[in-house]
Design a protein around this ligand. Structure first.
Ligand code: PMP
Length: 404
């Protein structure tokens, strides 16, 4: 894998920020886009733009073919059994809300339990809180250890026959922890619970096989997998989706409408009311193809090396503590520095052209667990290089000295 060639595919990386070469380490928030994805958006609006599924004309047919091609690419990307199980959503947040609303309405009763973890992103907390309040259900939380791993003994105790839904993050955006979801899914199924996996941070780094995981729902955002913003995928098992009520009503999701009664469209369209984000969906195909061409295994190996190298470099900086030292991790390094505020570090690094994220990373309960209000987070992608980490570590050490 030639990183220089890969970097050349991402025009934004050639930019200077604050008159310094851009070092982009905010990939967990969103990754940059290769030229093929940017070109695909232009191509769509230049040659294909039309509404999908309904038109009798050539453009509508071409747009529909391109849109549905992405669904098939996404199906293969996560190894779903059928395209009927692949629903277009805005992103992970909408995927989780769809399940919380639809599954929640159908299957959650007063006194039922919903199990999440202490390391969830707000988008995998708040929809369940809203549901719990609406239905009188109980939200339970799996604690996190000092290392940033799930407490599996506590999980075993918290998972009871009352649990109807386990909603769990595959890879933590704030800690990098790669959770043992396959094992958790087996245990949850044994008590009759369904499982939703938040795949926002696992989809960019690891091969995903929803059939092997046996999860009931898996959702992810295109924009973290080198694709456009505003589009993502919700996978759900067909036999479950068939039973669930629609999430939103409108065009496309119906079979027949009368004022007396409306019948709904077949899967996946039952869950796709209104005109979808066609242009970005079409371009998303090219992002997944780009990842497939490099190979998820190659991406993971490269990022693992960056994680190892970065962890070693940062560990040498006095007063710096890494938050999240799980044995199984994705390429995310979150840290705090004694006596220095994370925000100040982020500001000064930005003045050197280095983009990191600071703050609570939409995981406030997790920050409270560690007794902090935020961290600095460096997260790596396929196009990052060791030389960038060297520069980052050097500038970071200087920044800390200055701020102290
Ligand atoms: N879950 C996790 C673990 C995330 O990292 C994110 C994005 N930061 C989300 C959910 C929400 O994703 P989106 O904003 O793309 O809907």
């Amino acid at each position: 894998m030639n990183i220089k060639n890969i970097r050349a595919d991402f025009p934004i990386l050639a930019q200077s920020i604050q008159e310094r070469p851009l070092i982009y380490f905010d990939n967990a928030a969103t990754s940059q886009k290769p030229q093929v994805v940017i070109d695909a958006i232009t191509h769509y609006y230049t040659h294909l733009n039309s509404n999908v599924h309904r038109g009798a004309h050539t453009l509508a047919e071409r747009a529909t073919i391109a849109f549905e091609r992405t669904r098939e690419t996404a199906r293969a990307f996560i190894n779903a059994a059928s395209v009927q199980e692949v629903i277009f959503v805005k992103g992970t947040t909408e995927g989780i809300n769809l399940v919380a609303q639809s599954f929640g309405t159908h299957s959650i009763e007063q006194g039922d339990e919903i199990l999440i973890s202490e390391m969830e992103h707000h988008s995998n907390i708040v929809p369940w809180q809203i549901l719990a309040e609406r239905k009188g259900a109980i939200l339970k939380v799996i604690p996190v250890s000092d290392e940033g791993e799930l407490d599996m003994e506590a999980f075993d105790k918290l998972l009871t026959e009352k649990c109807k839904m386990l909603a769990i993050v595959h890879v933590s955006n704030a800690l990098g922890t790669h959770n043992p979801v396959k094992q958790m899914i087996q245990k949850a199924h044994a008590v009759g619970a369904k499982v939703l996996v938040d795949g926002a941070q696992s989809s960019p780094h690891f091969e995903i096989d929803v059939q092997d995981l046996d999860c009931d729902f898996y959702t992810f955002s295109a924009h973290k997998v080198y694709g456009p913003t505003g589009i993502g995928i919700l996978y759900g098992k067909k036999e479950i989706l068939d039973e669930l009520p629609p999430y939103m009503g409108g065009g496309e999701m119906i079979k027949e409408v009368t004022f007396a009664k409306t019948s709904y469209n077949e899967l996946p369209y039952k869950f796709e009311a209104g005109t979808p984000n066609i242009g970005d969906a079409v371009a998303f195909h090219h992002a997944m193809e780009y990842v497939n061409q490099i190979g998820k295994k190659n991406i993971a190996t490269h990022e693992e090396e960056l994680l190892r190298y970065g962890t070693e470099k940062l560990s040498n900086i006095e007063g710096l503590t890494i938050i999240g030292r799980a044995k199984e991790k994705a390429s995310v390094i979150s840290f705090i520095v004694k006596g220095v505020h994370h925000y100040d570090i982020g500001m000064l690094l930005d003045s050197k052209g280095i983009a990191v994220r600071t703050g609570h990373h939409c995981t406030q309960p997790l920050m409270s667990r560690f007794g902090i209000d935020g961290t600095v987070r460096a997260s790596f992608a396929v196009y990052n290089e060791k030389e960038e980490i060297d520069m980052f570590a050097k500038e970071l050490a200087q920044t800390i000295d200055m701020l102290r």
